[in-house]
Design a protein around this ligand. Structure first.
Ligand code: ADP
Length: 438
């Protein structure tokens, strides 16, 4: 550019010198110089006009305007820059088109919104699954189109570790799993997956377990009833039958407990047992459970203590909470050797209410902890034989907590005891009025 500029300066000065010499030849050197300068200014103005015109419509023609000297170079360079820009723009557009094409081919709905939830873009599956319309819904807030309150709280909470399940607002028979990811400046990428089939299969599994359990209950009650009568009159039985009848009675009692737990679990899981959000007096409930646990402990003589700090009660279903808490306390009794200590604490803080059941029992190896709440999962199958457990207790606890917006934390070290903590959100706490007044 430096070179072009000095050549341009040389030619300009030579042109002006020529004009001055021509003027001198005619006896008017100043007029000659003035005329030269005037022509130069007019030419420069004309080039500026051409540049301005070309900049306004750079791609109206594929050619750069032709000119002399520095202006010619300038036009050429700008033309190249413009060509590069047009190529990159086309490449980028082709790439965006391809991404949009591939996301359109996806079976899952994909939606992009800004930080406030205004919809910017979505694919064809989102239109099909959620009923969005391109011409009317662009720029609308997504929570005005998916009006379920759970979706609004999920969207605002920004905690997207777990997906959210809901019915499609446009086609209620479609069951959707929503997963949100944050990108850019808190913009959201929302994926909506059709899980209707999975949901139906899961429902079929639950119905099957529930039906079989109900069907088995009646014959089993009859068998248990007769066995009980036989055990009561064992003296009248031939000696060789007594042992068999006693074993049959024990096993039929175990089966009855199993069926009762299966029915309870399927009720809690399917929501058949509605969560009754009345206030539950946790102190009273735990005291009753601890008394039952003391009876269960019997000759093992555990030291069972209950501490309550914070003076809060809990909004929730007392029956479900009783099942969950008694499973935890009775497990502590089952898995803690004689004379061991079991401490139950109910306390509240800013995060919410927490019920902890701590024992000095056998403890659990770390590998088992993530799987303990699965149905029939046992940390040590040989150990549970004498406890008479069904393997469903912690699954019941987990589902009761899900119904109460809570979660279960398990802390344990093999050989050093265990602690099971039920966490409930602060919204479920109710100030204990009796305690408050005193
Ligand atoms: P179970 O009827 O077998 O007790 P649960 O679902 O209640 O079934 O518990 C699952 C498994 O977790 C138990 O089999 C046991 O291995 C382990 N477990 C539960 N509570 C405790 C505890 N307090 N101490 C040690 N292990 C425990």
């Amino acid at each position: 550019m430096q070179q072009t500029w000095s050549r341009h300066l040389r030619y300009t000065l030579a042109g002006l010198a020529g004009a001055t010499l021509a003027g001198l030849y005619m006896g008017y050197p100043v007029y000659g110089l003035t005329a030269g300068l005037g022509i130069y200014v007019l030419w420069t103005l004309n080039q500026t006009r051409r540049l301005a015109q070309w900049l306004v419509e750079p791609d109206a023609t594929n050619e750069a305007p032709q000119s002399l000297g520095m202006w010619g170079d300038l036009f050429e360079k700008l033309h190249k820059l413009n060509q590069n820009y047009l190529h990159s723009r086309d490449r980028l557009r082709a790439r965006i088109d391809r991404i949009q094409e591939s996301t359109n081919a996806m079976r899952d709905g994909v939606i992009m919104t800004n930080a406030h939830g205004a919809m910017e873009w979505w694919n064809g599956s989102a239109e099909h699954l959620l009923g969005f319309r391109h011409n009317t819904d662009q720029g609308q807030y997504i929570y005005n189109l998916i009006r379920t309150p759970a979706f609004r709280s999920y969207f605002d909470a920004k905690n997207y570790h777990e997906p959210l399940e809901l019915h499609s607002p446009a086609k209620p028979h479609i069951h959707l799993q929503i997963q949100i990811s944050l990108f850019g400046e808190e913009d959201r990428l929302i994926m909506a997956k059709d899980v209707t089939r999975l949901h139906q299969l899961e429902q079929m599994r639950r119905d099957f377990v529930s039906n079989v359990s109900h069907e088995m209950r009646t014959p089993l009650t009859v068998i248990s009833g007769y066995l009980e009568t036989l055990v009561d009159n064992a003296d009248e039985l031939p000696a060789k039958w007594r042992r068999a009848v006693n074993t049959m009675a024990t096993q039929s009692f175990r089966m009855e407990t199993l069926i009762t737990d299966l029915i309870l679990l399927s009720r809690i899981e399917t929501g058949e047992q509605e969560v009754d959000d009345t206030t539950t007096d946790i102190d009273r409930l735990i005291q009753q459970i601890c008394q039952d646990a003391q009876t269960l402990s019997d000759q093992k003589q555990h030291e069972i203590t209950f501490k309550s700090i914070g003076g809060h009660q809990l909004k929730g279903d007392e029956k479900q909470l009783r099942s969950a808490f008694s499973n935890l306390v009775f497990n502590a009794v089952k898995y803690t050797p004689a004379q061991g200590r079991i401490t139950v604490s109910w306390f509240s803080n800013r995060e919410g209410g927490h019920l902890s059941v701590k024992d000095t029992g056998a403890g659990i190896e770390q590998v088992h902890i993530p799987r303990l709440t699965e149905r029939f999962y046992r940390a040590d199958p040989s150990r549970h034989k004498d406890t008479g457990g069904t393997g469903l207790g912690l699954a019941i606890v987990k589902h009761v907590l899900i119904n109460h917006d809570g979660n279960l934390e398990i802390l344990s070290r093999f050989g050093e005891g265990s602690e099971f903590i039920c966490h409930f959100p602060a919204e479920r706490l109710v100030v204990d009025s009796a305690e408050h007044q005193s």
